[in-house]
Design a protein around this ligand. Structure first.
Ligand code: SF4
Length: 691
């Protein structure tokens, strides 16, 4: 095939489904078509995937390093000058305040190689414990609950295609019809039970929609377990042979009789009963959770309660049934396994575990004593920036916390208080706008690497195009900085394949074991899901069929009870404000807002409101509204939605400026996952004078 017509098999740059695509040259850019042979998307793409090539030619692409001068304006710099400046300023900050004065904030969209090298760079080149990433805001509650229940967290411990044989699927707080539409191809046969305060496009397709009061899905899950037990649907042999802890969990669930659940959640008794029967009567059934269940100050317990339900029915670890989490970000799975999290080392190892430290130190060629301990989780890290004892410098790779972090105005203030903010990105995001130094880096079609999708399948991202002149890969940036900070150059390879070879060794024997996976095997077309502990191993598409990953092989019920959300609605803030995603945009929208088709499909911030609620507030369709919480106010166009609960308004979180949904969200964190409470804020809505 001529160079002009060459296509590479790669994957969409956005969500965790990582749809397979064939990408070919088209003038200076690229043209995409779905890869019909990739089993996850089966020839489908959503509008984000179809328009992804536009990202490669956005007019405001960052093409040269920028350094902010004394006058406050950015000045273009050459790479050596920019990296010298960063290294010199980092050195001074470290000398004055110590290594933890420098922090790193990573992203769930970074390739496995970048995520891995970023963690190594932070711990060795910077010597800091202060690293975390935006995946903390995404699926950390499911990760914590899944690890506690099963001994390891892999979003879906089975291939997506298994869902195609399901009779019933319960989706708790997940809206794949909008967030990952090709997944719906696999759900076409199943009867859906959707738990969501909003009547989402997924709920529209459900056989049963349970529409609880925001923040009460934990009570609902406890009630479903209660009904499953008292109506005789528990699988006693499975509970006896494959689990522990049922009795302790039941001590709480037994008090959640259906009428009490209805009082708290608003979900009618009969609907609860129908949901349980649909799951229990199905020959093949799944329970899946998404951000709606997870992004709460009780998110871990909420997910655990849904896992309890699945365990009582005997679903996890049974072929054709199970529990899974629908991970959101493109490499949300790999990103959380390879050392970007404050408390973890590669391979899902705990950084506080002496054996884990020894193993990783040996791979890195250092003494285990050199490795720092656990750092602050994402929000705590952002909250500490520029405070006494907190980090004075921050390096951001692949994230836009000015839009995506909770309590966004406060976070922007903290970023502005830093002595040094360095941002590596390929578009001028809202966080880039605050930076002292901007490093322009490659994007998906310009780089090689691997990603791990929501089913633990390791995938090759393949390069089609050369990056624009002036743009460098993130691995090159880390290498350049590390060397300037005195590290041996060979410790930071710049070739993705070389980084992956090291990553394999680092994950060997860990909970997420990539040891048997190689570029050669992936390029030969092998489908490989971790754990894959040896070169000849076929990978593990279905986990837990014989045993769970705890030492005794058993899954754990969790003893959890319902509790209120941090914000209480009342006279001043009488409504529940909840945030989420829309079809056209991804994450903070920094990429998708630059794609004209996507921008046109969802051009501006809006708030979904029930017509009665809007009328009481004196608002009509299309008018500007101010939505306020105790933290702040966001401005949005009113969209009247008759299916909204009258006590709830919905805000998409993809928009910048005064329309940031996260201007109203707060800093309540889940005590185990440290997930912020994005899904429940007490708010009021009123007319905004505009414009
Ligand atoms: Fe597939 Fe997600 Fe990309 Fe859409 S955004 S094409 S669902 S990977």
């Amino acid at each position: 095939m001529s160079e002009a017509r060459r296509e590479v098999a790669t994957h969409c740059p956005y969500c965790a489904l990582q749809c397979g695509t064939l990408l070919g040259r088209d003038g200076a850019g690229a043209a995409v078509r779905p890869d019909p042979g990739f089993p996850v998307n089966q020839g489908g793409l959503c509008q984000k995937g179809w328009t992804a090539p536009t990202l490669l030619t956005v007019p405001d692409r960052l093409r040269t390093p920028l350094v902010r001068g004394a006058d406050g304006a950015f000045t273009p710099a050459d790479w050596d000058g920019a990296l010298d400046t960063v290294a010199e300023r980092l050195r001074r900050i470290r000398q004055r305040y110590g290594p933890d004065a420098v922090a790193v904030f990573g992203g769930g969209g970074l390739t496995n190689e970048k995520a891995y090298l970023l963690g190594k760079f932070a711990r060795l080149a910077l010597g800091t414990s202060q690293i975390d990433y935006n995946g903390r805001f995404c699926m950390s509650s499911a990760a914590a609950a899944g690890t506690a229940a099963f001994g390891v967290d892999r979003g879906l411990p089975f291939p997506v295609a298994d869902l195609g044989r399901a009779d019933t699927v319960l989706l708790a707080g997940a809206n794949p019809a909008e967030t990952m539409p090709p997944l719906m191809r696999h759900l076409g046969r199943a009867e859906l039970v959707v738990v969501d305060p909003r009547r989402t496009p997924t709920a529209e397709r459900a056989a049963l929609h349970l529409q609880p009061v925001p923040g009460t899905d934990l009570a609902l899950a406890l009630g479903l377990l209660h009904l499953a037990v008292v109506e005789g649907h528990r699988d006693p042999r499975y509970v006896r042979d494959r689990t522990t802890g049922f009795e302790a969990a039941w001590q709480y669930a037994m008090t959640w009789w259906p009428e009490r659940v209805e009082r708290v959640t608003g979900v009618p008794v009969e609907a609860q009963r129908t949901a349980v029967r649909m799951l229990a009567d199905a020959a093949r059934a799944y329970v899946l959770t998404g951000r709606g269940a997870e992004q709460h100050s009780k998110g871990t317990d909420t997910v655990a309660a849904f896992i309890n339900l699945a365990l009582a029915l005997g679903l996890p670890g049974r072929e054709g049934s199970g529990y899974g989490c629908l991970t959101g970000q493109g490499n949300g799975q790999g990103g959380r396994e390879l050392g970007q999290k404050a408390d973890q080392l590669p391979g899902y190892r705990l950084i506080a575990d002496p054996a884990a430290r020894r193993h990783i130190a040996a791979v890195w060629g250092v003494d285990a004593e050199c490795l720092p301990g656990p750092g602050r989780s994402a929000y705590r890290l952002l909250d500490a920036l520029g405070t006494p004892g907190g980090p004075r410098a921050l390096l951001v790779f692949g994230s836009n916390p000015v839009v995506s972090a909770p309590r966004a105005a406060h976070v922007a203030q903290r970023l502005a208080a830093l002595d040094l903010l360095v941002v590596a990105d390929f578009v001028p995001s809202e966080t880039v706008a605050l930076a002292d130094v901007v490093l322009p880096v490659t994007q998906w079609a310009e780089e090689d690497g691997t990603m791990t999708n929501l089913e633990g399948r390791v995938l090759r991202r393949r390069r089609l195009l050369d990056p624009p002149e002036g743009v460098r890969g993130d691995l090159d940036v880390l290498h350049g900085l590390a060397v300037r900070l005195g590290e041996p150059p060979e410790r930071y390879p710049t070739a993705p394949r070389e980084v992956f070879e090291e990553l394999r060794r680092a994950t060997r024997g860990g909970r997420a074991d990539y040891c048997g996976i190689s570029y050669e095997r992936l390029d030969a077309g092998e489908e490989l899901h971790w754990p894959c502990p040896a070169p000849g191993h076929p990978g593990t598409p279905r986990m837990f069929l014989d045993r769970f990953a705890h030492q005794d092989g058993r899954a754990r019920f969790a003893a959890v009870d319902h509790r209120e959300s941090a914000d209480a609605v009342g006279d001043r803030y009488p409504l529940y404000g909840t945030t989420g995603r829309v079809l056209a945009h991804y994450q903070s929208g920094a990429q998708t807002r630059r794609v004209p088709e996507l921008g046109a499909a969802a051009p501006q911030m809006y708030v979904e409101v029930h017509p009665d609620t809007a009328a009481r507030a004196g608002l009509a369709e299309g008018e500007l509204a101010a939505v306020s919480s105790a933290r702040g106010r966001t401005v949005a166009r009113v969209r009247l939605v008759a299916t909204m609960r009258t006590d709830t308004v919905f805000l998409p979180f993809h928009y910048p400026g005064t329309g940031r949904a996260n201007l109203i969200t707060g800093d309540a964190l889940d005590p185990r996952s440290e997930m912020p409470e994005f899904k429940v804020s007490a708010v009021r809505i009123e007319p905004h004078p505009g414009p």
